[in-house]
Design a protein around this ligand. Structure first.
Ligand SMILES: *Cc1c(COP(=O)(O)O)cnc(C)c1O
Length: 456
């Protein structure tokens, strides 16, 4: 058998990449106030800012777009999506939304009040922001291994069950529900094992608390379980996903991830008791419950995408792309969150810029360098994203400095990854020349999206 794993698709429609040079990129980055979020996408060679909504749809999905029915209420597109969601999740009540954070906002506003605590392995940034906006304490309880970038562990997204139980004992009356994020985006795209999902659900249920899963990357998580957890090698990703969902009471989904579409999301509920309140807020904020902020064609593309995202050949290639770049980083002596996650590689910036002081935001600095040197756009996951400016003007910092390179689905090929590895190697070789940054303007919430910086 040949060892090369090929992209299990071929190209029918292409988008050209505009080639730029270093001096042009430096000028563009300075015009963007040293914040790659503010660059124009056409000025980027490899756009690995996010895997969210950036992937390529299949011919079948484009065909489904034509089937989309735009009736305001009760469109067949909704029922086609509902039947796929019911098959995968086993849950009856589908509430579509325009993207994942809208699902979070509606569900949290329905279930939470100020002063409560919501535990999770790690809250994603919009999940945390939506909870904090309501005055809820978003508590991260990932296992200790999940916070050590260099440590290899098959399920670094697992929640620490002892700490969860201690929290349920000490503050149970303040906890409306528990959460699990699969895969754990913030912690490196790391999977959660079936055993951990099962034990977490059992523990929460013993205290009368529901389990809400953030399932943006449920298919990648299912594939990791197939590859790594004893007893699952012969099960299909769909069967594994069905088992994962069978343990949850509700889920929020950003369909821009494993839904394989460019926009969309949903809430899915097992029980009826939350449905009325959720539907009221849905109508107020998103639209009528059979379209929820989406066009009928979006619902149809998602119905097809959810199944394609569970295709085993696709998932094998998908997880291999990240692993492949990881192997190249190993050869360059660059650390990253190990093992590689499903959708991204998270470079451990301390292995590239060990001497840069934390006040100069080393992960932000590396992000800028990857763009300037190679036109690669990644995202900082460090002290800009998770630090805060306190009322007295002091800054808090994050315990990891990472740069996330997140891969759009079915879009880039092996030579793009080879090129990226070369750029990263060159940046490391000239690490002494990389300049740190300071923040000159920042908003209060989600500051990394729009803050302005200057060179230190
Ligand atoms: C992307 C994401 C969200 C939010 O979804 P959007 O569609 O971007 O609003 C929530 N949780 C996780 C884990 C995510 O990756």
């Amino acid at each position: 058998m040949p060892r090369t794993l090929i992209e299990p698709f071929r190209i029918k429609s292409i988008e050209p990449i505009r080639v730029t040079d270093r001096s042009e990129r430096l000028r563009l980055l300075e015009e963007a106030h040293l914040n790659v979020f503010k660059l124009r996408a056409e000025d980027v060679l490899l756009d690995w800012l996010t895997d969210s909504g950036t992937g390529a749809m299949s011919a079948e999905q484009w065909a489904a777009i034509m089937r989309g029915d735009e009736s305001y209420a009760g469109a067949p597109s909704f029922f086609r999506l509902q039947s796929v969601v019911r098959e995968i999740t086993g849950m009856q009540h589908l509430i579509p939304t325009h993207q994942g954070r809208a699902a979070e906002r509606i569900l949290f506003a329905s279930l939470c009040s100020a002063g409560q605590i919501v535990p999770n392995n790690c809250h994603f940034d919009t999940t945390r922001a939506n909870l904090e906006y309501l005055g809820v304490d978003a508590r991260d309880l990932v296992i200790a291994e999940g916070l050590q970038p260099a440590l290899v562990h098959p399920f670094k997204g697992n929640i620490d069950l002892d700490r969860l139980e201690a929290l349920l004992k000490s503050d149970g009356e303040r906890i409306p529900f528990g959460m699990l994020t699969v895969t754990n985006n913030t912690g490196g795209g790391q999977p959660v094992s079936m055993a951990n999902i099962r034990a977490c659900a059992k523990l929460l249920h013993a205290y009368g608390k529901p389990l809400v899963m953030d399932v943006c990357r449920f298919a990648e998580n299912a594939m990791f379980i197939k590859l790594r957890e004893p007893g699952y090698a012969d099960k299909s990703p769909l069967e594994i996903a069905q088992e994962m969902f069978s343990l949850a009471d509700a889920a929020t989904m950003s369909a821009k991830k494993d839904g394989m579409v460019n926009i969309g999301g949903f809430i899915v509920l097992r029980h009826e008791q939350w449905l009325e309140r959720v539907r009221q807020l849905e109508i107020l904020w998103e639209g009528y419950p059979t379209y929820g902020g989406l066009a009928g064609r979006d619902l149809d593309a998602l119905a097809v995408g959810l199944k394609e995202g569970l295709d085993e050949d696709y998932l094998r290639y998908r997880l291999r792309t990240a692993e492949y770049l990881g192997e190249k980083l190993d050869a360059l002596g660059i650390g990253y969150v190990k093992p590689t996650g499903g959708h991204a590689v998270y470079i451990d910036v301390r292995t590239v810029l060990p001497h840069m002081p934390i006040e100069h935001y080393p992960a932000w600095a590396l992000c800028n360098a990857l763009y300037t040197e190679g036109g690669i756009r990644g995202v900082e996951v460090g002290s800009v994203m998770f630090g805060k400016r306190l009322p007295d003007g002091r800054e808090t910092y994050h315990d990891m400095e990472l740069v996330r390179l997140a891969f759009p689905r079915r879009m880039y090929t092996q030579s793009h990854f080879d090129y990226a590895a070369e750029v990263i190697g060159e940046v490391k070789a000239a690490a002494g020349a990389i300049r740190g940054v300071r923040i000159v303007r920042q908003p209060k919430l989600l500051r990394h999206f729009s803050a302005d910086f200057e060179w230190v």
